[in-house]
Design a protein around this ligand. Structure first.
Ligand code: BES
Ligand code: ZN
Ligand code: ZN
Length: 482
């Protein structure tokens, strides 16, 4: 979809539809005077009184060039923020594209151009690459219409366009089935993205990982005929950074998780193609970072493997030696995410990353704890956590700070190795995070468990079913605000 920022009076906008917000506690923009009676009737009948989610369409509106006028409820004006605007635009886009609208203009009326263009691109996304004949129709053009030009408005619009396009890039990767998204194919996609974006990309293969001693990552990979890959993508700012800070983004890239020998139930297993959503999110964030050019160096690391069952697969009870030198007893082969992440985290530190943020569909337990609403955030450093949470808030991605008290550490005790890879039934998301923390050591680190938020089981009025692309905007904003 093509997007544009335009400066034009509302009545002169040319489009299949032009949309404006209507608030519960406001009469509506002065530009809508020619259709004042219609608005009054909408309110009086209760059809659209400006409540969130409400919508009404007027064909051939008087005094307005666009073919349709759409009014969308925004609730109370003082409660209306960027997140609400993003949702409102996405909802309108999803509604009108079903009705044959191809070009939609959005009357900004003082709102946030970034959130508006994000809403349009995210709402227009459909996971229909392999079913192009599907019913979903799509918008061809979206215009953000502002009353007067300004450099800040343009920057904001451009930022939003880039962030949302990169989030959709991630959603496309996550949506690919595992036969079309093996570790090597993910590495190829990362390489192509890096080449297009002017980033550096290096892929460590199995031999290199063996030389380095990444026994934990390789233990997970050994059950699959598909070779593993450790994808490393680098961004370096043009001007030398002011400090030594170097951000490392680590994303879980399990292209399919059968559970291994500790095999998962068949019901719903097809969804485990989204077990690389963390990896795809850090790649999407890097694509945005390449365009938005933050001042801090950023390195992304995606350990990519397939967790399979075979005669070569690792067994419960196997003991592996990690890159960091610690040994791990693999009590459950389905707790594989943490096994690949720890070697990537250790490698990130060797590459000079001072601050680490990982994103991973790590545990079913986080879904039990927080449902499909909040990302679970774990950290050993309040300052870095504060930055991540602020970026998430800015981008309307909900995040909840989870505990990591010392008391949980004993859950990972193993009789035969330095650590066990599982901590028992209770507090499963916390013991998983503790396992990672043991390898982040003294580096400021934040772990984002996105098992509950990276995939939508049911479509929402503002979003298609399937991959959400969560964390892309937050991670890119984190780098931008450094
Ligand atoms: N990929 C799963 C976690 C997951 C569950 C992601 C549901 C998305 C939705 C992870 O590898 C896993 O299987 N974790 C186990 C850990 C357990 C064996 C300690 C889990 O959560 O059950
Ligand atoms: Zn698993
Ligand atoms: Zn997994």
């Amino acid at each position: 979809m093509e997007t544009k920022l335009l400066y034009q009076p509302l009545e002169r906008v040319e489009a299949d539809a032009v949309a404006v917000m209507l608030f519960e506690d406001e009469a509506g923009p002065a530009e809508l005077k020619p259709v004042a009676t219609w608005l009054e009737e909408l309110r009086a009948s209760g059809e659209c009184a400006g409540k969130p989610g409400e919508m009404a369409v007027l064909h051939q509106p008087q005094g307005i060039k666009a073919k349709r006028l759409v009014v969308a409820g925004g609730g109370k004006r003082d409660k209306f923020d960027a997140a609400a605007l993003r949702k409102a635009v996405a909802t309108v886009v999803r509604e009108v594209k079903q009705k044959g609208v191809k070009t939609l203009a959005w009357w900004l009326d003082g709102g946030n151009a970034e959130a508006a263009v994000e809403g349009a691109l995210l709402g227009n996304f459909e996971p229909d690459r392999h079913k192009p004949s599907s019913e979903a129709k799509s918008l061809q053009a979206f215009q953000v219409v502002g009353p007067a030009n300004g450099a800040e408005l343009e920057r904001s619009y451009e930022r939003g366009r880039i962030l949302a396009e990169c989030q959709n890039f991630t959603r496309d990767l996550v949506n690919e089935p595992a036969n079309l998204m093996t570790p090597m194919l993910l590495a190829e996609r990362a390489g192509a993205m890096a080449a297009e974006s002017g980033l550096d990309c290096e892929v460590l293969d199995q031999d290199r990982m063996r030389q380095l001693g990444m026994g934990s990552l390789l233990g997970v990979a050994q059950g699959s005929a598909e070779p593993p890959a450790l994808i490393v993508v680098r961004y370096r700012p043009a001007t030398p950074p002011r400090s030594n800070d170097h951000l490392g983004l680590v994303g879980k890239g399990v292209t399919f998780d059968t559970g291994g020998v500790s095999i998962k139930p068949a019901d719903g297993m097809e969804k485990m193609k989204y077990d690389m959503a963390g990896g795809a999110a850090v790649l999407g964030a890097m694509r945005a970072i390449a365009q938005l050019k933050p001042a801090i160096p950023v390195t992304a690391l995606v350990p990519a493997v397939e967790n399979m069952v075979s005669s070569r697969a690792q067994r419960p009870g196997d003991i592996v030696k990690t890159l960091a030198g610690k040994t791990v007893e693999v009590l459950n082969t389905d707790a594989e995410g943490r096994l690949i992440l720890i070697d990537a985290i250790t490698y990130a530190k060797r590459l000079g990353c001072t601050h680490l943020v990982d994103a991973a569909t790590l545990t079913g337990a986080i879904v039990v704890a927080l449902g499909h609403v909040n990302i679970g955030a774990f950290s050993n450093d309040d300052a870095l956590l504060g930055r991540v949470m602020a970026a998430a808030k800015d981008e309307g991605e909900k995040m909840w700070h989870m505990p990591l008290d010392e008391d949980y550490k004993e859950l990972l005790t193993s009789a035969f190795a330095d650590l066990a890879n599982i901590g028992g039934r209770w507090g499963g998301a916390i013991s998983a995070a503790w396992f990672l923390k043991e390898f982040a050591e003294d580096n400021p680190w934040v772990h984002l468990d996105i098992a509950g938020t990276a995939w939508l089981d049911d479509a929402k009025p503002y979003m298609a079913k399937g991959p959400s692309g969560v964390c892309v905007r937050t991670l890119a904003k984190l780098a931008l605000g450094w």
